[in-house]
Design a protein around this ligand. Structure first.
Ligand code: SF4
Ligand code: SF4
Length: 220
């Protein structure tokens, strides 16, 4: 392990701000007595107190090669940047209801572009996506192998609506989605428990049980 002080503009050592090179290749930024950030295998990890002082912020920015706004991107900024990063996307329409949202989106647009998200950014997005998926109650991957249901039940859609309610802690919104957007002839109560879908499901999901349970919980 190698510990070095960070350097200032003139190349002099800065007290209490350190770069630590670990034997396994990980690199840490320590400010005073706290490890603020770690770079490991192209991923960046931040301590919960990553922004606790101006001095820490200054040298954290230097360590990460980005400014605070880039480090603390809002969810809206992350979403817009992800869309603008796609070569297939030429226009993004964003709903805004307040002037500060307009300003935030303009700032976001000003730094957008295809390929502007770094490998680290994309890995973080993937990591967040996997974390949310791990929170799903029903391990449906939306492969659609269970379709078509002979009774017309929209199995993947119903499972997604239910999982979203659990993952995002928005059960009431999910209920509304189920009642509003799943047509009556595609709802779970149309299931006749033939189990054809279950034979096709690579995740071995007891689909007919879920159709009955979800409809019981959500309908009405
Ligand atoms: S068990 Fe229910 S959901 Fe599955 S195919 Fe049969 S009717 Fe459709
Ligand atoms: S086959 Fe299984 S995993 Fe695939 S969409 Fe249907 S329920 Fe989900």
């Amino acid at each position: 392990m190698k510990v070095q002080n960070m350097t200032g503009r003139t190349g002099g050592k800065v007290a209490n701000q350190f770069i630590i090179d670990a034997d396994n290749g990980d690199i840490y930024f320590q400010s005073y007595r706290t490890i603020i950030a770690k770079k490991s295998q192209s991923k960046i990890y931040l301590d919960i107190n990553w922004d606790y002082s101006a001095t820490t912020g200054k040298y954290r920015n230097q360590f990460l090669h980005e400014n605070k706004a880039e480090t603390e991107r809002s969810p809206a900024d992350w979403s817009l940047q992800w869309l603008w990063n796609q070569p297939q996307v030429s226009l993004v329409l964003s709903g805004m209801s307040a002037l500060d949202q307009v300003q935030e989106n303009l700032t976001s647009a000003g730094k957008s572009g295809i390929g502007s998200l770094t490998e680290n950014d994309l890995q973080l997005v993937s990591h967040v996506k996997e974390t949310y998926q791990d929170m799903a109650l029903i391990p449906c991957t939306r492969c659609n192998y269970c379709l078509p249901c002979p009774e017309g039940v929209d199995i993947p859609r119903i499972l997604k609506i239910y999982n979203d309610g659990i993952m995002y802690d928005k059960v009431e919104t999910s209920k509304t989605d189920y009642n509003l957007w799943v047509p009556a002839d595609a709802k779970g109560d149309n299931c006749v428990v033939c189990r054809e879908c279950e034979e096709q499901c690579p995740q071995d999901i007891p689909i007919s049980d879920w159709m009955a349970q979800i409809h019981k919980e959500y309908a009405g």
